[in-house]
Design a protein around this ligand. Structure first.
Ligand SMILES: [Zn+2]
Length: 91
């Protein structure tokens, strides 16, 4: 798995290369109360962000992996919590 921080270009490239992968959106310092698991093709975490927002350079990071289990293990290591599934892409 890979964590993208301050690198929207490489993050979006990873999404293009791994359309069947998974992404956890987390705070820059991951917290148990904000860990959202998405499918890589979820429209809420790709494409052009709403004006003024960015993917990996603001308050959030993106942890990406081809295996959902890797992201769950990462979330437990970082915060001792499980990520919550996105309501839009239902991973
Ligand atoms: Zn989603």
């Amino acid at each position: 798995m890979v964590v993208f921080l301050d690198d929207d270009g490489r993050y979006l490239e990873w999404l293009r290369k791994h359309p069947d992968g998974f992404v956890v959106n987390a705070a820059r310092r991951p917290r148990a109360d904000y860990l959202i698991l998405h499918r890589a093709n979820c429209h809420t975490i790709s494409g052009t962000p709403a004006r003024g927002s960015r993917w990996t350079t603001g308050d959030y990071l993106k942890a990406c992996a081809t295996a959902e289990a890797e992201l769950r293990a990462w979330a437990r290591d970082e915060t001792k919590a499980e990520p919550t599934g996105c309501g839009s892409c239902s991973p």
